[in-house]
Design a protein around this ligand. Structure first.
Ligand code: ATP
Length: 236
């Protein structure tokens, strides 16, 4: 479904991604793990058109999307939930969700999806008239994921969904990530510093170090890999 072929991305003269290649099949949850600054966020931004690669190609359902605008990429069915959530703080929960659905034509389907996200996150249903900025960190993360879902993405890109959340909420968010994948066959590409939880959630995973992919395997094998355990799973 998604393929990166030798993608190199730069910030000015700084090369953040060095010939990154990876592939994601339809219906999979794929985790991308690595230390701070390894290039995980840049990988997501290279897919969704925010920092287009200087070299290499990004293919989505066989189409070369390397140099398409972010708007076109969203229209093709890729939606990113960026790190730090970035919901609209002065819009209500409901208005934020409507923004997510702005490209959709069928009101009935949008209504159905609204009911679906309110089922996933009953907290948001209770707070639908409240301004986004007044929600707690966890609720804002729920809203950011829900807003992305309202565009009915084929591929959902999640950047650090666990960041800054209390442990109990982190467990809940990851359970819901699995549920979204199961319910809608939504393909999910998950960037996480919490490698343990990410690999327990994903089907397969990639490990990144200083801009390169250094390991690729099933999530189960990565969880049992001695190097991964030492470097990313607290030696457990
Ligand atoms: P984190 O979890 O901290 O976000 P990451 O693995 O997502 O880490 P990136 O944010 O992709 O890493 O950063 C990759 C490299 O690119 C780092 O060396 C970082 O300093 C650099 N970088 C990121 N954004 C910029 C920018 N806007 N300008 C210059 N360099 C940047």
């Amino acid at each position: 479904m998604l393929k990166l072929e030798s993608v190199s991305t730069y910030y000015g003269n700084i090369q953040a991604l060095k010939e990154v290649s990876l592939s994601i099949n339809e219906g999979e949850i794929v985790a991308l793990i690595g230390a701070n600054g390894a290039g995980k966020s840049t990988t997501l931004m290279s897919i969704c058109g925010v920092t287009p690669p200087r070299k290499g190609r990004v293919l989505f359902e066989g189409e070369d999307i390397t140099h398409l605008s972010s708007e076109k990429i969203v229209a093709l069915g890729i939606n990113q939930v960026p790190e730090g959530r970035r919901i609209f703080p002065y819009l209500t929960v409901r208005e934020n969700l409507d923004m997510g659905a702005f490209l959709r034509k069928s009101k009935t389907e949008v209504q159905r999806d609204l009911e679906y996200v309110f089922e996933l996150f009953p907290r948001l249903a209770e707070r639908r008239h409240q301004q986004g900025g007044t929600l707690s960190g966890g609720e804002q993360q729920m809203l950011a994921i829900s807003r992305a879902l309202m565009s009915r993405p084929k591929l959902l890109l999640l950047d650090e969904p666990s960041l800054g959340l209390a442990p109990i909420l982190v467990q809940q968010i990851f359970k819901i990530i699995r549920q979204i994948n199961r319910d809608n066959n939504t393909t999910i590409f998950l960037v996480e510093q919490n490698a343990n939880l990410a690999l327990k959630t994903a089907h397969k995973g990639y490990v990144m170090e200083t801009g390169r992919v250094t390991l690729y395997d099933t999530a189960e094998n990565l969880l049992n890999n001695e190097e991964v355990k030492k470097a990313y799973l607290g030696g457990a």
